[in-house]
Write a protein that binds this ligand. Structure first.
Ligand SMILES: Cc1cc2nc3c(=O)[nH]c(=O)nc-3n(C[C@H](O)[C@H](O)[C@H](O)COP(=O)(O)OP(=O)(O)OC[C@H]3O[C@@H](n4cnc5c(N)ncnc54)[C@H](O)[C@@H]3O)c2cc1C
Length: 210
């Protein structure tokens, strides 16, 4: 919880979408996932930080992200096993027979040829962690560009992530696939645009692809 005795929470909103580094986000997810820390303990540390350094948009945003974690838990309480169907909560069927298994394998191995996606998949496999932004980009690429099975993506994350949490993982994959509760029908990220915005000098790609 060193994060909250530093000034980093004051800039969280501006830094949270970064791809690399220790300090751009709290990095508390593995401890939460393992039950070594609870959300109320984090909220208490956040409150103490705000008392000393002041409340800002950024400190609010840490609280807001923890709400997402709660939200996905309540989603499971409400919908249970429906969240594990290929179609999720959507009325639109999903046909797994059309899925190209070799595309999934290339995705999981970081061999799609799309450098930003491949770099993310290398980081995930080698470290067990991936920034939220990269999780969104690689998930979107599997679902919307490769037309893969979102459940295979969720299963690969389960295999790799140190902070694997069934509620947050399933909930986020459903959200990006457009098979959760979001009325916008999925989130597609344009990889070239994301690379320009979040890795303009290519440092992240070079780091993981050499
Ligand atoms: C496809 C996909 C799969 C994911 N799988 C997991 C998972 O298995 N386990 C997991 O803990 N998180 C998961 N997330 C959410 C998020 O990416 C991580 O919680 C976050 O990157 C962890 O780093 P951090 O602790 O530094 O987060 P911070 O940005 O510091 O956020 C603080 C805390 O808020 C919560 N949080 C932040 N963003 C989210 C979110 N989108 N959904 C739910 N809770 C959030 C986490 O508990 C996190 O530790 C997933 C996101 C996506 C897009």
């Amino acid at each position: 919880m060193r994060y909250f005795s530093s000034k980093l929470p004051q800039t969280y909103k501006a830094t949270r979408n970064a791809l690399a580094g220790c300090d751009f986000s709290t990095k508390l997810s593995p401890w939460l996932a393992l039950g070594a820390l609870s959300a109320p303990q984090i909220i208490a540390a956040l409150g103490e930080h705000e008392r000393v350094h002041g409340k800002t948009d950024s400190t609010y945003w840490i609280w807001f992200e923890l709400l997402w974690r709660d939200y996905f838990r309540y989603l499971h309480l409400q919908h249970g096993a429906k969240l594990y169907r290929a179609q999720g909560l959507s009325t639109v069927a999903f046909s797994a027979t059309a899925v190209d298994v070799s595309a999934w394998q290339a995705w999981a191995r970081g061999e799609t040829g799309e450098a930003l996606v491949d770099a993310g998949m290398c980081e995930l496999y080698q470290t067990g962690y991936l920034s939220n932004r990269m999780r969104q980009i690689v998930a979107s690429y599997l679902i919307h560009d490769l037309r893969g099975d979102w459940r295979q993506g969720a299963a690969w994350f389960e295999h790799c992530l140190l902070d694997y949490d069934v509620y947050s993982n399933q909930g986020n994959w459903l959200y990006i696939a457009g098979r959760g509760t979001d009325p916008r029908g999925g989130r597609r990220f344009n990889v070239a645009h994301q690379a320009r915005q979040y890795d303009p000098d290519g440092a992240y790609r070079s780091r993981w692809l050499g």
